[in-house]
Structures are given as C-alpha cells and as structure tokens.
Design a protein around this ligand. Structure first.
Ligand SMILES: [Zn+2]
Length: 370
C-alpha cells in the first residue's frame, strides 16, 4: 500500500524546516525534536552540496530519533527550488540552515500535505511489507516522475520486507530509474537481507542523550522531575518519551508504573516466581505497545540494579532508590545481567512480531529460573 499522509511527522517537519530557515524558531519544541544528529545531517548536507547523492540511502537507528523527519526533509530539499539555488556559505551553521527547504513553495507544500505524486511512501501493511506493495511500486517507477526533479521512495520499517519483497526490490535498488532515489528506514539493519544493505549507503542515527531528552521535555512545559523520569525511561528515543508523556499524565502515575515493575523483578527471587511471572506476562500481553514500554522500563531498572552496587549516586530512577537498594542486594551481578539479557531477547522478539503472550511467558519462565 502506497500512502502519502503521516500528519504527525509532517507537523514536526514543517516546524523543523521553518525554524531552521528563520534561524529563530517559532516553535522551538518541535524543532528540538531533532537533536544530537548533527554529524548525520552534516553527511546529508555534504551529499546535497556536492551532488553526490547515492541511489539508495539506509537510515538506521532506534525508533523515535527523527529518521523519518530527516528523510522527508531531504526529499523536500531535493525538490525545493529555494534549497537548490543556495550557494556555499562556508559557515557550518549557515549551511545547516540553507539545507532545509522553504516549506512554502509548491513542491514543499505538496510534500508537507502528503499529496506529492513523486514522493512515494511504503510502510508495512499489517506486520510486513508485502510483495504486492513492492510490485505496485515497481510499476509506478516504470513511469517518469510527474513533476519532481528527484522522485523519492521512502520505505519505512524496511526490515518488515520478507525475502520475496526484498528480492522484488533488488533490481530497482541496483538500477533505479532516472531521477529516482530510495531512502530505506529501519531500526534493525540485521533483519534486512545483506543484498539490500549492500546496495545502500547507510547512515546510522544515534540515540538521543539523556540530557537532550530532558531538555526537550522541559521546553515542552513538563516539570523537571517528571522530565527526568521520562528521559530515563525513554532509552534515547524522543518518540518514546512523547508517548510515555501522553500515557502517564502525572509523576505519581509514572512512579506507580515503575514501582510495579520493580516489584515484579523482585518477585523473581520468590519460591512462587513462575506463577507470579506468568500472571505478570498475562498483564503485560494486553497490548504490544504497553508491553514494549514496560520492557523498556525494566531494562532501565536492571541497569540501575547493577549500577547501584558500584555507584549508587549514578542511578537514573532516583525516586525509587529504596526499592533499588533492596532489590540490588538480593541479586548478584551475573544474575542481573542474565535477567537483562532475557528481557532484551523478549523485547527483540516482540519487535520482530513474534507472538506477544508467548514471548512474555518465555521471558517470565527464564526470569523465574535465575
Ligand atoms: Zn520549497
């Protein structure tokens, strides 16, 4: 299924493009959603300025760090008359600003509205990108672009392509039609066929720093205590921090959620750990997003349980220090590391669309045996 509308990203993008151009952000909170990515954006600017843009780029990195926003901005820049007329300023910050498109010309407006006929967006239909979607794309690529200087194909969650879809895409990736480029976006490069990866130039985006997320959230009006807690739970993802912020509307709610998960970790030491673990798995399996958020928090807690043994002042979940001190004392470091590995394995399997309940039950079983 080819789609052109992803409003949330476009809202970010609009603010991002506008604020860079004006050099005086009208909406700094949106603009600041793209942080800690200067080197990666610098590489794109270099390609853009030197007209050395590869046929296919692969944007990799965890969810919620701005990959899609930057892909769309790049597509806009390639087609915006204003971006294309700008000269080398010799000044890095000016170059950064001049890379961003005007957001008001006809081309930018169409891309921002999600109706540009030559910016083609593919995302999973259900759990995967199906071969029919790739065939439909390839038939579109047989035609010349309608109006774009550079037609851009953005493949979101490219790791969701099954082998048939990937193989169907290979030829177009290798010999793309004239004036066409691909941007593949993934959070798991290892799940892509090596033949796909080898045909792309990869740009790896970094997780956002703890301070970066904290500052971003406080600029959006969150109180520093809540911003700090959310940042510690977000594991480097602005997107995750925003979702958590929407779902838990108070510091009290955040505290209870993490306390519940800490208590569940502690229960692994009890004689009834398997029974309680299976109950815990059942509660988590109500929804995939909920389970993944909980596993993220558990990983953050596991980190603190290990760190507490060596540098108690360095833990992230400071408001849970009492619980962390008690639980940390009950487990050895090797046990904690093993438990963390079990949680991460469950997380990876669920992200790869393994059965939710089963993945959580296997995790509970493994945790009960530590
Ligand atoms: Zn423009």
């Amino acid at each position: 299924m080819l789609t052109g509308a992803f409003p949330k990203i476009l809202t970010w993008l609009c603010a991002l493009a506008w604020s860079h151009r004006a050099n005086k952000p009208e909406n700094p909170s949106m603009f600041d959603a793209i942080i800690d990515q200067e080197n990666e954006i610098g590489r794109l600017i270099f390609m853009f300025k030197n007209r050395s843009i590869p046929h296919a780029l692969l944007f990799s990195g965890i969810e919620g760090i701005g990959k899609r926003t930057i892909a769309l901005t790049f597509a806009m820049a390639l087609n915006c008359p204003e971006s294309n007329q700008k000269k080398d300023s010799g000044n890095t910050s000016m170059e950064m600003a001049s890379f961003f498109p005007c957001s008001s010309c006809r081309s930018c407006h169409k891309i921002l509205s999600g109706v540009h006929p030559d910016i083609l967006h593919i995302s999973p239909s259900g759990n995967m990108i199906k071969i029919a979607q790739i065939r439909e794309l390839c038939s579109k690529l047989l035609l010349k672009p309608y109006e774009a200087k550079t037609r851009v194909v953005i493949i979101d969650d490219a790791h969701s392509m099954n082998p048939e879809s990937s193989n169907a895409l290979l030829k177009s990736l290798e010999e793309p039609p004239e004036n066409t480029m691909f941007i593949l976006i993934t959070n798991q490069t290892s799940d892509l066929l090596p033949t796909i990866v080898s045909r792309c130039q990869e740009i790896g985006f970094n997780p956002i720093s703890l301070n970066g997320i904290e500052t971003f959230l406080t600029r959006r009006g969150l109180d520093p205590e809540r911003a700090g807690i959310l940042a510690s739970m977000a594991n480097g993802s602005i997107g995750k921090a925003l979702i958590l912020s929407e779902k838990t509307n108070s510091s009290k709610g955040l505290f209870s959620f993490r306390k519940w998960l800490a208590d569940e970790i502690e229960l692994c030491k009890d004689s009834t750990s398997l029974t309680s673990g299976l109950l815990f798995a059942e509660k988590l399996s109500s929804k995939k997003d909920f389970a993944l958020n909980a596993l993220d928090v558990m990983i953050s807690l596991m980190r603190d349980l290990v760190i507490y043994k060596f540098s108690p002042d360095k833990i992230l979940n400071r408001d849970l220090e009492q619980s962390i001190a008690r639980i940390s004392y009950r487990f050895s470091v090797p046990d904690l590391l093993l438990m963390n590995a079990h949680i991460q394995r469950a997380q990876k399997n669920i992200q790869a669309n393994a059965a939710l309940r089963l993945s959580l039950e296997i995790m509970a079983f493994n945790l009960s045996r530590v």
